[in-house]
Ligand binder design. Structure first.
Ligand code: ZN
Ligand code: ZN
Length: 89
């Protein structure tokens, strides 16, 4: 992956997660969950969306805050991804 200078400097994982989720409109890129009314669901009842590193950060630590290395997944797809590989976050 070619290194690009990004407009935003991301300094921590929670910022990275938030930006990934916002970029993907809080939709799981694997199964399409949840529906578009995500924000109309009371916060407590919302399915929790998670940001996943496409290339595990233990393999590529320099990609930890790279937007291109992030993908939004629901809890279930995220777990399924990690079930196949070693835990990376
Ligand atoms: Zn999913
Ligand atoms: Zn993950």
């Amino acid at each position: 992956m070619k290194k690009r200078s990004s407009e935003i400097t991301i300094k921590n994982l929670s910022t990275w997660r938030k930006l990934i989720l916002e970029r993907d409109k809080y939709q799981c890129q694997e199964c399409g969950m949840p529906h578009k009314d995500y924000f109309s669901i009371p916060k407590k009842l919302r399915p929790k969306m998670e940001a996943h590193h496409i290339i595990a950060i233990y393999k590529a630590p320099h990609l930890i805050f790279e937007m291109a290395n992030g993908i939004t997944l629901c809890r279930f797809c995220h777990r399924a991804k990690h079930a196949k590989k070693e835990k990376d976050e």
